[in-house]
Design a protein around this ligand. Structure first.
Ligand code: ADP
Ligand code: MG
Length: 253
């Protein structure tokens, strides 16, 4: 028994979890009121997982995602990203680790309006000083299925195409983690479905770890692990979708 425990322990040490948060609280202090947006959250994510954060509006999904993406700091608790403690880092240090490891996709695409698709995708590379940025940006647009739209401006693209450009931009720095907050929130059902196929492909074929925030059941079902939030608490962490739905109270989705 003792030996087995030891072996498991050393295996954990040699293969560090990609992300580990322990006892994380996030309290927004608004002076008169304090909002406890996240309470005592602990979770471990391994490389290559596809996790959905689900829950009703206001349950703390974006708060948790912002902490996982090191966009925001926990009020209490610890956060290890590939073994490095992020909670104590300066803003600049967090920006650096974020640039190297994480790509973000949002509901409203966040593309620069007066800028062609290819230049939107190139942007993160210009910060990191890559010499082959045009070529890489084009390859990435092709990989997400909009290679033929490289010189279109966002307003000349459909919602789904704009989101593909945003995904290309998120992935062009070759991050190991893709964080997506309600990425299908502004897309119709068919386009949402296509987007989820793309996520699945990026996860299965390219090994990208995906953390997806959604309140849509149809979208959530593409993941293979579900973290259910309610009132700032993680109420379930499961690989069984039906279990997640029960924890969620199906009527909320
Ligand atoms: P979700 O993404 O699940 O809809 P959020 O994480 O955005 O939920 O919000 C969780 C709770 O924290 C909500 O009660 C929300 O009003 C509050 N909240 C979120 N961001 C802030 C903020 N910047 N300042 C104060 N309260 C916030
Ligand atoms: Mg949200």
């Amino acid at each position: 028994m003792q030996t087995t425990r030891k072996r498991i322990h050393s295996a954990e040490n040699s293969e560090l979890a990609l992300i580990e948060i322990r006892d994380v609280d996030k309290i927004y202090d608004l002076g008169e009121v304090k909002v406890e947006a996240l309470r005592n959250a602990s979770l471990t994510l391994e490389e290559g997982e596809y996790v959905a954060l689900i829950g009703a509006s206001g349950s703390g999904k974006s708060t948790l995602m912002n902490i996982l993406g090191s966009l925001d700091k926990p009020t209490n608790g610890t956060y290890l990203l590939a073994g490095e403690e992020v909670s104590n880092m300066s803003r600049d240090e967090r920006a650096k680790i974020r640039n190297e490891r994480i790509g973000f996709v949002f509901q409203n695409f966040n593309l620069l309006a007066r800028t062609p698709a290819i230049e939107n995708v190139e942007l993160p590379l210009l910060y990191s000083g890559s010499t082959e940025s045009k070529k890489l940006a084009r390859e990435m647009l092709e990989r997400v299925g909009v290679g033929d739209r490289a010189h279109h401006h966002p307003n000349q693209l459909s919602g789904g195409q704009q989101q593909r450009v945003a995904i290309a931009r998120a992935l062009v720095n070759n991050p190991s983690i893709l964080l997506a907050d309600e990425p299908t929130g502004n897309l119709d059902t068919k386009t949402s479905h296509d987007m989820m196929q793309l996520f699945k492909q990026l996860n299965e074929e390219n090994g990208i770890t995906i953390i997806l925030v959604t309140h849509e059941r149809d979208v959530a079902q593409f993941a293979n692990r579900w973290i259910v939030l309610r009132d700032g608490n993680i109420v379930a962490d499961t690989r069984d979708f039906s279990e997640a739905l029960i924890a969620l109270e199906t009527r909320l989705m």
